[in-house]
Ligand binder design. Structure first.
Ligand code: PRP
Ligand code: URA
Length: 209
């Protein structure tokens, strides 16, 4: 069964309050999505394998841990996932980035794929799929299915706000994929928006409404 990790931390709570506020403007919204993404990256990468090496400090030799050549790929689900990429690359500067373009059909809420470009060697990579919102779970489940077709074995889903319905779909479709969420909200409304949520993440990040 997929593990669900909900980040319970005062910094996350405070920043989520800013995102949820409908009066938060595009500049601040984008910045705070970035700050939360950095904090989530720190948690979601906790089990990345490390390699022991020796370095010489000014005082003595020290046995230290590094990331070695662990391959990491970050895959944002376009558009809104783009807002989470740069902050994650700051912590993982060697990470590759793959892109999946999906949008929800406004009537059926089913995901429609319009773009995909993955790094060549993604099958050997630890993959972190990032998207601020996990609502029905349709987009994330389709993205995971797609990435598995490249032979990827280690996939983690990172969402800022998740709905119980979306979590259930990922657990049903992809029990091997762990989920990191900054918050789990109450439910979806009749338009498949997360309640209370933060509205349309893509529109708020890119200022399109
Ligand atoms: C939003 C969000 C997720 C998806 C979640 O994207 O960023 O990708 O909806 O909904 P689901 O779990 O029900 O699939 P949207 O389709 O609005 O596209 P956008 O990012 O281009 O605005
Ligand atoms: N997509 C969003 O951006 N927000 C929601 O609440 C649901 C899907």
């Amino acid at each position: 069964m997929a593990e669900l990790h909900v980040l319970n931390h005062p910094l996350i709570h405070h920043k989520l309050a800013v995102l949820r506020d409908k009066n938060t403007g595009v500049k601040e919204f984008r910045e705070v999505v970035g700050e939360i993404s950095t904090l989530m990256c720190y948690e979601a990468t906790r089990d990345i394998p490390t390699v022991d090496v020796e370095v010489e400090t000014p005082v003595a030799m020290a046995r230290v841990k590094t990331l070695g050549d662990t391959k990491v790929t970050i895959v944002p689900i376009l558009r809104a996932g783009l807002g989470m990429v740069d902050p994650m690359i700051k912590l993982l500067p060697s990470a590759r980035v793959g892109h999946i373009g999906l949008f929800r059909d406004p009537d059926t809420h089913e995901p429609i794929k319009y773009y995909c470009k993955m790094p060549d060697d993604i099958s050997q990579s630890r993959v972190f799929i990032v998207d601020p919102m996990l609502a029905t779970g349709g987009s994330a489940s389709a993205a995971i299915t797609f990435i598995k077709e490249y032979g990827c074995k280690s996939i983690t889903l990172v969402n800022i706000i998740a709905a119980p319905e979306g979590i259930a779909v990922i657990r049903r479709d992809h029990p091997d994929v762990n989920i990191y969420a900054a918050a789990v909200d109450e439910r979806l409304n009749e338009n498949a928006y997360i309640v209370p949520g933060l509205g349309d993440a893509g529109d708020r990040i890119f200022g399109t409404k």
